[in-house]
Ligand binder design. Structure first.
Ligand code: ATP
Ligand code: MG
Length: 155
């Protein structure tokens, strides 16, 4: 299966726009010129990956925060990153956030709902696509999740 990640992401942003506005968070895709982001992937599963990452970036952000989804082209694949400028994740938690039911700071996370399954699902789906998920985070600066998917021809 093939999917245009750019179009899929624009669709998701339309649907999450209201939740983001309620939190005063801005959503943006970059760069403008990369409109054809065709990858080999199961559209429904990759949609789940993008929703989970973008929902987290909105939910665990500051008032007035930003979420930027960035596409990067290389020879054989596209790299996708979801970046926020929220509170970040302390290094001692970073290796564990992909475990099922793991949540940073139980009390604060409780207020924000959720079960702690989102990132475990993200990791599982990407592994099923022969890919992996990476995370970089700095406390009080923000968090970036990155993954790659293999390119496919447009036609
Ligand atoms: P669910 O996704 O099942 O609704 P959840 O969001 O708590 O619940 P995950 O998406 O797996 O679960 O995330 C695990 C934990 O990692 C979160 O509870 C949160 O503490 C932390 N986390 C995830 N994304 C971010 C982010 N962008 N910034 C800061 N912390 C994050
Ligand atoms: Mg989540």
């Amino acid at each position: 299966d093939r999917v245009n990640l750019r179009v899929l992401t624009e669709d998701i942003l339309d649907r999450l726009e209201k939740i983001a506005q309620d939190r005063n968070v801005t959503l943006k895709i970059k760069p403008d010129k990369l409109t054809e982001v065709w990858v080999k992937a199961d559209a429904m599963r990759i949609e789940q990956v993008m929703i989970n990452l973008i929902e987290n970036a909105i939910k665990y952000n500051n008032d007035g925060g930003k979420v930027i989804i960035h596409f990067d082209e290389d020879k054989k694949s596209y790299a996708v990153s979801v970046r926020d400028n929220g509170p970040g994740i302390p290094p001692e938690h970073l290796t564990r956030i992909f475990e099922r039911f793991y949540r940073v700071e139980k009390s604060r996370s409780k207020e924000r709902g959720g079960t702690g399954l989102g990132l475990a699902i993200v990791k599982h789906i990407l592994n099923g696509h022969g890919s992996t998920i990476a995370v970089k985070s700095q406390v009080e600066k923000g968090t970036t999740f990155t993954f790659k998917l293999e390119k496919t021809d447009e036609f």
